[in-house]
Design a binder for this molecule. Structure first.
Ligand SMILES: *[C@@H]1O[C@H](CO)[C@@H](O)[C@H](O)[C@H]1NC(C)=O
Ligand SMILES: *[C@@H]1O[C@H](CO)[C@@H](O)[C@H](O)[C@H]1NC(C)=O
Ligand SMILES: *[C@@H]1O[C@H](CO)[C@@H](O)[C@H](O)[C@H]1NC(C)=O
Ligand SMILES: *[C@@H]1O[C@H](CO)[C@@H](O)[C@H](O)[C@H]1NC(C)=O
Ligand SMILES: *[C@@H]1O[C@H](CO)[C@@H](O)[C@H](O)[C@H]1NC(C)=O
Ligand SMILES: *[C@@H]1O[C@H](CO)[C@@H](O)[C@H](O)[C@H]1NC(C)=O
Length: 559
């Protein structure tokens, strides 16, 4: 019945619309012609692309190698399906934002689900190294095109478009900056060179530490506090050599906590920054919370015999690996930078040893800002897992195969390449489960396997993905929003709703390079410091400032 009714009505509808909008037909015809032309060109090109290897290279192995498609080239090629999909996806993402702004959640939802399909296809193809076929691409391209058309047509008037374009122009400017920064060498150098005045602050604070014996005995007293081992309180750990950044993390955490006095921070730094860090946290009160500062040299168990990483670092040091002893291509600067392999960065794998009496702890990177009360994280059920983290494969291709070398049988035999990646930076750790699972031993195992850096090149995340494989509990993604150090296009509402925002990437908020849009969030928690700091720099004579000897607590007892 219904079918026949519809059939009866359909012609009327069609006739009506033809009468009203004759221009549409022309549009449709035009689009069909265009698509037809594109398909022809693509088909033609694909045939041509496959010819050269057969002509040029005789051996069969070469041919096999060439058939494995280079995904980067595929994305850059103007005719490939991958490129078309990627372009459409970008447009669709813009319209998701617009649709949400207009409260059209249905459209936003439809667009998002097509974007996800598109990402899934791209990710599959990236793993398998083949190119996308027309049969795979066609339905997604058609559906996306239809939705984009719907979005363009039905909702967004010219003024919206102008506003959007304006904000895009701003974003473009930032992106141009980002593009420069992302190029390996420059970005790395720029990110590494700490602003002079920040360095000066450290020196000033260290000077105070050395001159003021009261500060040192006060710090000794604090070390005996029972609060540091009280499992009824909320414990956080931060491993950093940046006084200002650590201060912002602590300040933003306590400022948003319902009961700041119940928070305990365990800061571990290196011997160079120990004095400055201690002085800063003794001089400033952060709403009555407890801050313990320790020096990495205090841990006798962290030595070359027990830790493969320490062994590798000391081997590298003797080889002069970092500072030009080895001839390395310039673009590999990043991989030989001490910061990337620094011990402080890897301390996250030793949290149960650092805090032997504790049961649960939140780990925070020094480039985050906290915006909500984090104590609720302590009551989240981890289901026996060791670590709680937000997953990162929703918006892009961040699956395990992106971080690890799956050509290595030791990886491919144990790990599923499609496992969703996750992020360090704001994590809850169940230290009881950790000890039970021997996670530190697992970490040592993987570091041993990676002595020649064939499993992964650098960084702590690949090691973390392996160590906590199958031991990770996914958290709601609003707990931890990433990318404020490189992504200029993050949705404002996502940032607002985030419990923690993370400036991962080269454009740290304390550098000139910082992305303007996000800088104020960080500065809000550093305001008083900024004011003090300005007056400090005037008084600071660099030559004199830097003439101080640096030491850890055990050294300071000696004289
Ligand atoms: C893929 O293509 C890009 C750009 O042409 C090139 O830089 C890269 O080295 C290629 N990768 C492989 C694995 O061939
Ligand atoms: C802290 O404890 C240690 C031993 O646990 C003790 O030797 C030291 O005197 C104590 N320091 C203070 C300031 O109470
Ligand atoms: C953890 O390691 C210890 C010593 O290395 C070993 O005795 C114990 O059996 C291990 N536990 C598990 C669950 O692997
Ligand atoms: C990945 O492993 C293969 C096989 O051992 C090796 O030839 C290749 O160099 C590794 N890739 C990287 C980037 O280390
Ligand atoms: C902590 O943050 C508040 C604003 O939330 C700011 O007024 C204060 O100066 C900051 N304190 C320090 C020591 O940075
Ligand atoms: C640095 O310190 C040394 C010894 O402590 C002293 O001899 C030297 O004059 C100082 N240099 C400056 C620039 O203050």
């Amino acid at each position: 019945m219904r079918g026949s009714e519809m059939r009866r009505r359909a012609p009327e509808f069609r006739r009506q619309s033809r009468r009203r909008l004759p221009g549409w037909i022309w549009w449709l015809v035009g689009i069909f012609l265009l698509v037809g032309l594109m398909l022809f060109v693509i088909h033609h090109n694909q045939k041509e692309q496959f010819r050269p290897p057969i002509v040029n290279k005789g051996s069969e192995t070469e041919e096999v190698f060439h058939e494995k498609v280079n995904f980067t080239e595929e994305l850059l090629s103007s005719t490939s399906f991958a490129r078309q999909l990627a372009d459409q996806m970008t447009l669709a993402k813009a319209y998701v934002i617009l649709a949400k702004e207009h409260g059209n959640l249905q459209l936003a939802w439809e667009l998002s689900s097509q974007i996800r399909n598109c990402q899934r296809l791209l990710s599959e193809v990236a793993v398998s190294g083949r190119s996308i076929t027309q049969e795979e691409a066609h339905p997604i391209i058609t559906r996306l095109a239809r939705l984009i058309y719907k979005a363009q047509d039905s909702h967004y008037d010219i003024s919206t478009t102008i506003v959007t374009l304006k904000s895009h122009a701003l974003a473009l400017e930032e992106r141009a900056k980002a593009a420069v920064v992302q190029t390996a060498e420059f970005g790395q150098l720029a990110a590494e060179s700490l602003p002079k005045n920040l360095h000066c602050l450290t020196v000033k604070l260290t000077e105070q530490w050395l001159q003021n014996t009261k500060l040192r005995s006060l710090s000794e007293e604090h070390r005996n506090s029972t609060r540091l081992v009280d499992n009824n309180l909320y414990h956080f750990c931060i491993f950093s050599d940046n006084v200002l950044a650590t201060s912002v993390v602590v300040n933003s955490t306590v400022s948003n906590a319902n009961h700041p006095q119940q928070l305990v921070f365990h800061v571990v730094t290196d011997r160079i920054h120990y004095g400055a860090m201690s002085t800063w946290f003794l001089m400033n009160d952060f709403k009555g919370c407890t801050v313990e500062v320790r020096c990495i040299d205090e841990f006798p168990w962290l030595n070359a015999a027990s830790s493969p990483l320490v062994r590798r670092l000391s081997e590298m040091e003797t080889k002069g690996y970092y500072y030009g002893g080895l001839k390395t291509p310039e673009r590999e600067i990043k991989f030989h930078n001490p910061k990337f392999v620094s011990l402080l960065n890897h301390l996250r794998f030793y949290i149960p040893q650092i805090l032997p009496n504790l049961e649960k702890v939140i780990f925070l990177d020094d480039d985050v800002v906290v915006q909500k009360d984090l104590t609720q994280l302590f009551s989240i059920e981890l289901h026996g897992n060791v670590i709680g983290a937000v997953e990162t494969c929703l918006e892009s291709f961040h699956r395990y195969h992106k971080y690890l070398n799956f050509s290595q049988p030791i990886i491919s035999s144990k790990i599923d390449p499609h496992t969703c990646g996750w992020a360090f930076g704001m994590n809850i750790f169940d230290l009881i489960a950790w000890r039970k699972a021997n996670a530190t031993a697992l970490y040592h195992y993987w570091e041993e396997q990676n002595m020649d850096q064939l499993l992964w090149r650098t960084g702590t995340l690949p090691a973390g993905l392996l160590t906590f494989y199958g031991l990770m509990e996914p958290l709601d993604r609003r707990w931890h929003v990433l990318g404020l150090g490189y992504d200029v296009d993050i949705d404002d509402r996502l940032i607002e709703s985030a419990a923690v925002v993370h400036y991962n990437g080269n454009m740290k908020p304390w550098l000139k390079l910082a992305i303007r849009r996000y800088k104020s969030i960080w500065e809000r928690s550093a305001m008083r410091w900024v004011m003090r700091f300005v007056s400090l720099t005037h008084a600071c004579n660099f030559a004199v400032c830097c003439n101080v000897s640096l030491c850890c607590p055990k050294d300071s007892k000696r004289p």
